[in-house]
Design a protein around this ligand. Structure first.
Ligand SMILES: [Zn+2]
Length: 428
């Protein structure tokens, strides 16, 4: 009997979530071997890479050997796009994808037309089910789309654009949400938070909220869970299809799907992170990327490692949190990398008279805070922000406040808390 890639993946996920750690390890090793052989035989970039080193995939005999292979960087993908295409896939199966990349550096690559999305949907379905939600439930998605709103009857989804969340549109958004009575919300946490702030206590009943695309800050999770009286789930992944993870019924740790790809965390000295609570850059190898292999791909995202075993019973590798992209760090006067997750909270705690704000850095140790004021904003607020900032960071940074009319969204409609103009390398 023939199953579509969607059905096949979904069925397989029912088994893999009950795998023992040994089964996961064996499966991943087999997948790595298959991928390396495929890349060597059919992908010119990798053929050359092995030849230069004078080895073949048969010489990679352990995970340790595998970890000696060079990283694939975004720059390499950009320079060698054509050589990274597998030669044994027919031309019509290549679907071009362009993502934002880091510091506005666009990344072009290919996925397998029709197949990647079907597989991906199967994974998303299992993530929804962890919150007792279903693909056919009525839902509201808040994302960067061109139309301010659009109803998709097939998936029963109301899509609202985070670009267009203006004072003018927000009442219309809320009216539309109320009329639909969705079971869940899904989207960028900043956009959902903005909507929730506008709805205040006049909210709707939801089964869950799913966030993706940006780091979920603790204050956002607390605020949304309190307001909607439901759980906030996190999803992490990207179009490069090398890593996908999500929180579960029991915890806020990100469970990495072991059949989606292999994830390594690399610390600032280039070593594998093995200790609980340590952070590193996510380096991923995608098992579904035969058409354009991502092998030891440096994602530029930073996560915190967890050695815990989750109560839900899945033996998936865990990440305690996703800290954000490398570009989400600011550089102090002493060249220390400081994650800027808490600064918005710090500003919010100092004053209620700031509508929105954004951090901007182009010089080491210097930060500009762009502030959209409420009418009630005064010099007193500016002073309070400076004080709490100084209390937290001392002389490591100097802070300049500038008032702006609005904070523009990125070209994908995301809210950018920090615009980092300095080039930042997390690991060597
Ligand atoms: Zn769990």
């Amino acid at each position: 009997m023939y199953h579509t890639p969607y059905q096949e993946t979904y069925r397989s996920l029912q088994h893999t979530q009950r795998w023992t750690p040994e089964q996961i390890k064996d499966y991943q090793w087999q997948q790595l071997k298959t991928l390396l052989h495929h890349a060597y035989e059919h992908v010119p970039y990798y053929k050359k890479l092995f030849n230069i080193r004078g080895i073949t995939p048969d010489d990679v005999q352990s995970l340790h050997d595998f970890q000696q292979l060079p990283f694939l960087t975004k720059e390499t993908v950009q320079e060698h796009t054509n050589e990274l295409k597998a030669t044994n896939y027919p031309t019509h199966t290549f679907e071009e994808t362009i993502t934002g990349g880091s510091t506005g550096f666009p990344l072009r690559f290919y996925v397998e037309k029709g197949v990647w999305y079907a597989k991906h949907l199967a994974y998303i379905k299992t993530l929804l089910e962890r919150a007792e939600c279903h693909a056919m439930d009525k839902s509201v998605q808040i994302t960067g789309s061109e139309k301010p709103w659009e109803y998709r009857p097939l998936s029963r989804t109301l899509v609202l654009s985070s670009y267009h969340m203006t004072d003018q549109n927000l009442p219309i958004y809320v009216k539309k949400i109320r009329r639909l009575q969705p079971q869940y919300l899904i989207g960028y946490p900043s956009a959902i938070t903005m909507l929730a702030t506008y709805m205040k206590h006049n909210t709707i009943e939801l089964k869950a909220i799913f966030c993706y695309g940006e780091t979920i800050y603790d204050w956002q999770r607390e605020f949304l869970e309190e307001l909607f009286q439901c759980r906030v789930h996190g999803q992490y992944g990207h179009r490069e299809q090398s890593v996908l993870a999500g929180t579960c019924e029991k915890s806020n740790s990100y469970h990495i799907f072991p059949d989606y790809g292999l994830v390594e965390l690399i610390d600032r000295n280039g070593r594998q992170v093995t200790k609980d609570g340590e952070s590193g850059e996510i380096v991923a190898t995608g098992f579904h990327t035969g058409i354009f292999p991502f092998i030891r791909y440096k994602t530029g995202d930073i996560a915190v490692y967890s050695t815990h075993h989750c109560e839900c019973g899945r033996n998936y590798p865990l990440l305690k949190s996703i800290e954000g992209r490398v570009q989400d760090f600011v550089v102090s006067k002493t060249n220390r990398l400081v994650p800027f997750m808490g600064v918005h909270h710090l500003v919010a705690k100092s004053t209620e008279n700031v509508k929105e704000c954004q951090l901007y850095q182009e010089r080491q140790g210097e930060i500009v805070l762009r502030v959209v004021r409420r009418e009630t904003y005064s010099e007193d607020d500016a002073r309070r922000i400076q004080e709490s900032f100084h209390k937290r960071f001392g002389d490591e940074f100097s802070l300049t406040l500038t008032c702006v009319d609005s904070i523009p969204r990125t070209n994908r409609g995301k809210y950018q808390f920090l615009v980092q103009k300095l080039p930042i390398h997390f690991s060597p």
